[in-house]
Design a protein around this ligand. Structure first.
Ligand code: SAM
Length: 242
């Protein structure tokens, strides 16, 4: 999952499909600053290639990232040299420091397998918050909003490289199984094909909200943003500034 072939084209593909990382980083920053105007440090959990971090770095004094995939982490290191980047699993988050903002973007939270993992991970986010700190989680689709048997296809050319991404998503209970095939072609290099499989948990909105609450966080859901998935914002239930 998220091997080197995928890491290299990940951002190009998503941006050419219309994902605006700069605008998303600006929106999240505006929202978290409406809760904590002095927020100066940020940790992006499951930061991928550093696509949001690149923009957060211009908006916060100090940014850090955490990422499981070595290939994605290598891309992030090259993209955001100013950031401290940690290789690691969000389920074992233990960085020994605290942050004004912790983000987890683009559905990465849905790689957690069940509500027990979700609650434990959110609790560790809470443990890494500085006083007045804010958590922002951009969830995957909810069980009630997810599509079943969905096909998505895009072909883009960036420079001399042409890339095609075709995915098929099928729901099985609370799990969304997504198979994604990539074809990458470049003059002189020929055509490469590879595929990845992802299993994403379709938590309900109520399951997310209950997990935040059990983790000691006071949560609000901002509807419609992030391509319609919405965004959870939370702070510690005791001592929050709201
Ligand atoms: C859909 S990508 C999102 C990446 C980035 N946040 C973005 O917005 O482009 C999901 C990312 O989550 C990472 N990931 C999945 N499970 C993880 C875990 N348990 N701990 C840390 N990162 C994880 C993957 O390696 C991948 O980079």
């Amino acid at each position: 999952m998220y091997g080197s072939g995928m890491a290299e084209i990940y951002e190009l593909l998503h941006e050419s499909r219309g994902k605006d990382y700069r605008a998303e980083a600006a929106t999240v920053t505006e929202l978290v600053r409406s809760w904590n105007p002095q927020a100066a440090s940020l940790l992006d959990v499951a930061c991928g290639t550093g696509a949001h971090l690149r923009h957060f770095a211009a908006l916060f004094d100090k940014v850090e990232g955490l990422e499981l995939s070595d290939a994605m982490l290598a891309m992030a290191r090259a993209a955001v040299p100013a950031a401290v980047l940690h290789g690691g699993d969000m389920r074992d988050l233990s960085l020994g420091r605290s942050y004004d903002v912790i983000t987890c973007m683009f559905g990465a939270i849905a790689y957690l397998k069940d509500t027990a993992e979700l609650t434990a991970t959110l609790r560790s986010f809470a443990d890494h918050l500085a006083p007045g700190g804010v958590v922002a989680v951009d969830p995957w689709w909810f069980l009630e909003t997810s599509l079943d048997r969905h096909v998505s296809a895009d072909t883009v050319t960036v420079g001399s490289r042409t890339m095609t991404r075709v995915s098929h998503t099928e729901r099985q209970g609370h799990i969304s199984h997504m198979v994604v095939h990539y074809v990458v072609a470049e003059p002189g290099s020929g055509v490469e094909h590879f595929a990845e499989q992802h299993s994403l948990t379709l938590f309900t909105r109520a399951e997310y909200e209950e997990a935040f609450t059990r983790a000691g966080l006071r949560v609000t859901f901002v509807e419609k943003i992030q391509s319609g998935r919405g965004l959870f914002l939370a702070d510690r239930a005791e001592g929050g500034r709201r």
